[in-house]
Design a protein around this ligand. Sequence first.
Ligand code: ADP
Ligand code: MG
Length: 219
Amino acid sequence: MTADEGSARQTLSVADLEAWVRRSAELIGEHAEELTELDAAIGDADHGTNMKRGLAAAVDAVGAGGFTAADALLKKVGTTLVSTVGGAAGPLYGTFFLRTGGALLGQDGIDARALAAGLEAGIGGIAARGRATTGEKTMLDAWSPALEALRTHPDDLAAGVAAAARAAAEGRDATKPMVATKGRASYLGERSAGHIDPGAASTALLLAALDDVVAARTV
Ligand code: ADP
Ligand code: MG
């Protein structure tokens, strides 16, 4: 491996981010019914269709964009999700991508540290917009452990992203016994316990998609 290949392996390019959006759309599409079933149990049965529509629109927007900078691409994803997903998740995921993009302003190759800083900003956006914190049975219960796991590998992007994807899946599963105190599921009170949060499930898919992209790279 040359020195250039070694440093490329430690960073995400704009093309990698574009691939992340495409892989996310595939995984969300494949799991849309499952997400909707989760939302049927504790919400209004629209999360899968909302997210499928939004990610498909994001793929179109990103493909047509010819983006050369990470921040512009991620902000485009954010505005597209805000205008197409609807429900609570649209503005929350939209804010996530807008804030993550903002934190990566002017950066080309995103290494594990920069990615963690970007995710931290994005997750902070979800918490602020949703007035939520961890333990309330929301997507934050998948995002927060993912960020913590990523931070344990500051010099190894692939290991960090793989750990983040695993932590997000564990965080998703850990929402099952929780009682929801934010969002539509909170209307059910104690009866929200015993079901996985749909937003935590879609977040785990977005991180699985990023892991797929990073793991599949030859450089
Ligand atoms: P809606 O609840 O409006 O139908 P969706 O079904 O698309 O929207 O998304 C629901 C998901 O959004 C929940 O599973 C949860 O993860 C997330 N969510 C809802 N409200 C909040 C909030 N206040 N803060 C963080 N996440 C939230
Ligand atoms: Mg819903």
